[in-house]
Design a protein around this ligand. Sequence first.
Ligand code: URA
Length: 234
Amino acid sequence: MRLDKYLAEAAQCTRSESRQMIRAGRVSINGAACRRPEQQVSEMDTIRLDGQGKPRQAFVYIMLNKPAGVVSASSDRREVTVVDLVRSAYPRRELFPAGRLDKTSTGFVLLTDDGGFAHDILAPKRHVPKTYRVTLDTPLTREMADGFAAGVTLMDKVRLAPAEVAPLSDDGRTVRVVLRQGVYHQIKRMFGVYGAGVDALHREAIGPVALDETLAPGAWRELTEQEVAAIAGR
Ligand code: URA
C-alpha cells in the first residue's frame, strides 16, 4: 500500500492532507523520515506521525461470525452486508470478504483490505482448507462419504477435488465437511448430487484458525498476527 493511502486511513484524514504531512517531513518509516507519498509500506513497517503513535498495521484482518440473513459483499443496495457489520469501526478502510458464505450460512468470514493476502489464500493452488458444520435433512450415507473422498462430479459435470466428510451426531444428520476449493454453493451442490438437502451450514475454521467461540453471531474481532500468518501458511 502507498504511504499516503496508509496515513489517510491511520490518521483518518484525506489523501491530500496526508500528502502534505508526508512532504513536510512529519512521517517516518522504521525511524527514518520519508517525504515520498508514493513510498510502498507493508504491515511489517513501523510508521509514525510526528514521532508519535503506536505502530499500526498497514492492513486489517477481521474474524466475523456472520449471522444468517447477511450477504457476503462489501456493499449492497438492498441487503445488509458483512462489511456493514464492522463499517463504523473502520470508516476509511475498503474492506471486503476474503471468501464468501451464502446468505443463509453462518460462521467465520474473514474481512480485510489486503488484496494480496486475499488473492493468496483464495488461489486454487493454495488449497487453504475450510471447515464447515453442516446439518442435513437426511443422514449421511456411505455412498456420500465415498463420493466426497473420490471427488464429487456435480450435475453440470464439473468434477470437484476430494473433500472430507465425517458424522458429528449419532443420527448422522450433522456432519463436518472440509473443502480445499471454493465453488459457488459447493456444499449444497455436493449433497444435492445424492438427493440430500442442507438445512444449516456454519463455517468453523479457515486453515488452522477456528472461529472464536466467544463471538456471538454478528460479533467480530481482529485476527492476531500469528493467526494471519497461520492462515497464509507463513
Ligand atoms: N458451500 C455452500 O453451499 N454454501 C456456503 O455458504 C459455503 C459452502
